[in-house]
Write a protein that binds this ligand. Structure first.
Ligand SMILES: Cc1cc2nc3c(=O)[nH]c(=O)nc-3n(C[C@H](O)[C@H](O)[C@H](O)COP(=O)(O)OP(=O)(O)OC[C@H]3O[C@@H](n4cnc5c(N)ncnc54)[C@H](O)[C@@H]3O)c2cc1C
Ligand SMILES: NC(=O)c1ccc[n+]([C@@H]2O[C@H](COP(=O)([O-])OP(=O)(O)OC[C@H]3O[C@@H](n4cnc5c(N)ncnc54)[C@H](O)[C@@H]3O)[C@@H](O)[C@H]2O)c1
Length: 481
């Protein structure tokens, strides 16, 4: 029997930020065709359940905190608390009320067809979506992202805990809430729940610090910030069992039933909702990986051209969270630009000459901003990561105390650290903690990626009076070491 195919040059499975960009770059400026297969909303986790709603929930708390710290402004505040409904309504506008029509319009305007449904590989260059079979002339790109992991704790799944999807799309505020995890999602989530008025927020952290992949001072300063906003942090603590006698499937962002009892081994806690922020798992279980000789369920490893390892050919790619390289939106989009350019070059039989065809930045030069209070901004390697990668390094660190920071807010508290490669005298990494440090990070990213030597950095003069003057203080401290 001859199979009926819908033929496309490029087929992308997963319409998150990585998938959208891979499709657009692969066909830009050509007459190639692309299909983007999406089982849920085009725009992905980032747009509706992750980056965008979380940042929309966090920003009002930061603004209020800043206003409260500023004489001349704080006296004018009519209320010391946030308007919960107004914050949610702005969040809802940012997630487009879960309507993806503008993303579809963008895709169509860029020559991309949207195919609704769950896609799965069905052999070389073949993708099934329900009864429809698509065949790719040049490339299939996997961009299916991840979903929240729920640890195997007795009673936890049955209690219908909140995941990041509920917490970012909450419609009601639990008065008491327990958060499992001490990573980025847990810290940001505790920040917005406390800012929005939750009366008791308790974090259960199985390790000894928050954000353990960052420089050690990061976890300490974020913990101090959370505690000053009333959050309780229990380190070396994991739930042993969870009981929720009255479970109700009320829907995303609504409290899922009656009180929850959490057994910690030595004591029990009773709370109104439990949020699981214990990492992510790749969405590859029903992706048909076995039909092309790969293993279902795991991350899909790729080379620096984003071509899937061990696929034995150059038609299968994976970008974004699903490849496990660097699970951040901007890095997924970066990989997607590389992937799209590689697909375009290979389909036009051009050599992959030039650095744009290699994702060199997504292992050791990754920038990230964590929107806690205080904020965390980092790029590249920490001191310990540099040491384990075999670099011989010097470090310099100091509190952020320049004219720009004290003008930004009274009693500004921040800290900065640089990690320098002794061999090249260039930066390998930088970390800043403090209010609004997020906007400092791109300068550091340019220094790290551009391998700007320290004696050149002397001539990158920070404008007065900005917080960036901390760069000058760091270089002076390094000179005096
Ligand atoms: C709470 C939270 C906050 C975050 N905040 C930030 C932040 O501030 N900054 C940042 O850089 N990163 C942040 N992240 C990480 C960021 O969300 C991810 O790195 C990003 O979404 C990855 O993009 P992606 O395109 O790879 O995958 P996703 O955004 O997960 O998109 C994958 C898409 O594939 C679809 N899909 C899956 N399987 C199939 C299938 N078989 N067929 C069809 N479609 C399928 C899904 O429905 C989804 O739409 C956050 C994550 C969380 C959980
Ligand atoms: N602003 C941002 O850039 C931002 C914001 C949110 C999320 N993200 C990204 O999303 C990804 C997911 O974040 P995350 O916080 O879910 O993952 P994570 O890996 O940062 O943290 C997971 C936490 O869960 C804990 N944990 C894991 N299994 C557990 C278990 N069985 N019992 C108890 N605790 C357990 C870990 O110890 C850790 O504290 C990350 O890669 C993160 O960088 C980025």
């Amino acid at each position: 029997m001859v199979m009926a195919y819908d033929m496309y040059d490029v087929i992308v499975i997963g319409g998150g930020p990585a998938g959208e960009n891979a499709a657009a770059y692969a066909i830009a400026g050509s007459d190639r065709t692309a299909a983007l297969v999406e089982r849920n909303l085009v725009g992905g986790e980032c747009s509706y359940w992750a980056c965008i709603p979380s940042k929309a929930l966090l920003r009002p708390g930061h603004v209020l905190d800043s206003a409260r710290s500023m004489p001349g402004v704080r006296e004018q505040l009519s209320s010391q608390t946030l308007d919960f409904e107004a914050v949610l309504s702005r969040r809802d506008a940012f997630v487009s009320h879960h309507n993806d029509s503008s993303q579809i319009k963008w895709a169509n305007n860029n020559g991309i067809d949207i195919i609704r449904g769950a896609g799965r590989l069905a052999g070389e260059r073949l993708v099934e979506v329900g009864d429809q079979v698509l065949r790719a002339r040049h490339a299939v790109v996997l961009a299916t992202g991840t979903t929240a992991s729920v640890p195997d704790v007795p009673g936890l799944r049955a209690a219908l805990p909140w995941t990041s999807r509920d917490a970012t799309n909450m419609h009601e505020l639990p008065k008491r809430v327990v958060i499992v995890g001490g990573g980025v999602v847990a810290c940001e989530c505790a920040t917005w729940l406390a800012a929005l008025g939750a009366e008791e927020v308790i974090m259960l952290v199985r390790g000894k610090s928050l954000l353990p992949k960052a420089e050690a001072f990061v976890g300490e300063m974020v913990a101090a910030g959370l505690r000053s906003n009333g959050v309780e942090i229990l380190f070396s603590t994991s739930p042993k069992g969870v009981v929720r006698p009255e479970v109700r499937d009320t829907g995303e962002g609504w409290i899922h039933g009656g009180p929850v009892t959490v057994d910690l081994g030595h004591e029990t806690l009773t709370t109104d909702e439990i949020v699981v922020a214990a990492g992510r798992a790749p969405s590859t279980h029903e992706l048909g990986l076995a039909t092309v000789g790969l293993t279902d369920g795991g991350y899909v490893g790729v080379d620096d051209h984003m071509t899937v390892l061990r696929s034995g050919n150059d038609w299968l790619y994976a970008v974004g969270d699903v490849n496990g390289r660097s699970p951040l939106t901007h890095m997924g989009k970066y990989q997607a630009r590389v992937c799209g350019d590689v697909i375009a070059a290979r389909s036009e039989k051009r050599a992959l000459e030039g650095s744009r065809y290699c994702a060199t930045a997504d292992l050791q030069q990754v920038p990230q901003v964590i929107f806690t209070a205080p904020e965390v901004a980092s790029v590249g390697l920490t001191e310990s990561a540099a040491a384990s990668d075999g670099f011989d390094v010097t470090t310099v660190e100091l509190d952020i105390a320049v004219a720009g920071s004290s003008l930004l807010r009274n009693k500004y508290k921040g800290h900065a650290k640089l990690v320098i490669n002794n061999h090249t005298q260039c930066l390998l990494g930088a970390t800043f903690v403090g209010p609004e440090v997020g906007e400092l990070i791109h300068a550091a990213t340019i220094a790290v990626v551009g391998e700007v030597p320290l004696d050149k950095l002397w001539h990158a003069v920070p404008a007065f009076p900005t917080v960036s003057e901390v760069w000058l203080r760091l270089l002076e401290a390094l000179r005096d070491q």
